[in-house]
Write a protein that binds this ligand. Sequence first.
Ligand code: ME8
Length: 643
Amino acid sequence: MKYYLTTPLYYVNAAPHIGHTYTTMAAETIARFKRMQGYDAVMFTGTDEHGQKVERAAEATGKSPQEFADVISAEFRKQWEKLNIRVDRTMRTTDPRHHRKVQWLFARCLENGYIYKGGYTGQYCVYDELYVNEAGPGDPCPECGRPTETVTEENYFFKLSAFADRLLELYEKQPDFIQPETRRNEVMSFVRAGLNDLSISRTTLKWGIPLPVEGKHVFYVWFDALIGYMSAVDGEDLWPADLHLIGKEIVRFHAVFWPAFCMAAAVEPPRHVFAHGWLLFENDKMSKSRGNIVRSEPIRQVMGADALRYFLLREIVFGQDGSFSYDALVSRYNSDLANGLGNLASRTLAMIHQYRGDVVPPGSEPEIAALATGTIALVQASFDRFEFSKGLEAVWALISRVDKFIVEQAPWKLARDNGEQAQTQLDTTLYTAAEALRVVTALLSPVLPQSAPRIWAQLGMAEPIESVRFATLAWGGLPPGQKIGEVSGVFPRIELKEAVAKMRELEEQSTAEQAALLGKAPAASPEPAAPTGAPKISIDDFSKVDLRVGRVVFAENVKGSDKLIHMKVDIGEPEPRTLVAGIAEAYAPADLLHRKVVIVANLQPRKLRGIESNGMIVAASVEGGKPVLAGFHEDIPIGARLK
Ligand code: ME8
């Protein structure tokens, strides 16, 4: 039985971060879990490479959209490989096979009478790549609050309005089509309020797939991207997808537009859409524009990919928003993986080595056996509902019980007693602990794809862990008489402060590397960044930026950072502003004191190294060089506005 599941096709406007990792790790965990249930699970992830957002990001770096997309999509692929994420199918929307599928689906919708030509004058949000029919000129986007742009175009329209009833019928007949429930309710009220037809072509944009009917039109990026789920498995017997796993902000595209496109083309819609919550960092949604991005690579280097996957799935209730923090990650690692699972594995295996010459003895304790049997069922039921944290909690309840059991039995005392009863009790204790460890390891294999096989091998298991199936996973599977493998620790304890400092340091480095990778200055020209790349903005846009003259009244290096300086800048307000600026490589704190500077005074506050930065200092920078602060030749009062 096949099970085809997907992550979104990620935009290639910037490099991957931990939010993308969250969805992709969860999806791959589901794939592994489904295999344990006996399915032929096929996991897809891909990249969404067209549209205005990507075009503009490329433009700003002086690269062509294709060159830019090549670099970033390769970053995504590298990322998944490093994180032990097995990708079975993938698609880049710039792939000609995808273009053909998009044109095919469009042609089917056209033939079936669901496409017509019309005019659109209205608002468009580039950030969300969304037509905002209800907004007027200058109105903010209802999704993200950013200003919308007015577009006037002759477009091809998709008759979305014709599908409201069929969509509602789908949600009614298949109550688990959209999960969780809150998202389902949201989507249903959206559809009940009535659907507008959707413009699916654009003439103001070049970076897209041309419509088969008229050359100057390219497809609207969402019409294009969603079809990626299908083009990735073209010619295979995998459609309809069994699950689209997505973040909650794109549920409307997946649960309304996408099934309607499928219905219009007379193709089966996907079976399930699950929208998880947002990963927050310092209580804010992580996003490129807010600049509070956390990347997976520094975490992987310090803690390992399994630790990150475990943390994300254990700490956050899947479906709800949840917070990421380095401290919480290390604490959970130490309490659950090092002290919990790692400790159970090393003490159990060490005792079998020491007391039984590496041979698993016979015997089984019924109470633990019953608890383990219950845990197998509970994990399966929880993971089936994508309740990962609940399933993992159950596994750790078993680990704690076994730990307690070992302490109660005190095998180290039994080992000193040569009487038959003590020796039988020791056998039972060791077998029970080892068998519980085997069950736990099998259950955790979808979440710890790197470490579980190592514990498995130490238990001396002959069959590969990938072939474990729920149907046959039962207490007693560890054969007495089996020789255990070589014992070595799996989750060494990690010193919290040191690890957090290391991850932060690597994160700073990686931010710089990403900037270089994106070629923030045009690669071909050694001249200081030419202004031509940046898109034009209106005077109104510019006047939104509150630039002020200020005087530095305090400056010191941020502890543990080579780049950051903590400053207080007087801009004529009752209290000086606290700022954190990445200029320590160019300026010593003493050189900054009393200096007049320019700051952006109305920037969203941002926490850096625990200090809330309320503004940004303006500096010029040249690729590879140090920043130079903006200043004035004439005298100018503090608080003066630049406009
Ligand atoms: O929306 N918390 O691509 P995208 C949780 N190209 N998940 C997050 C996250 C966060 N802070 N940040 C990102 C697009 N994600 C479209 C999709 S599909 C046909 C086209 C994850 O690069 C989450 O899965 O903006 C979210 O839905 C997705 O990345 C958005 O990725």
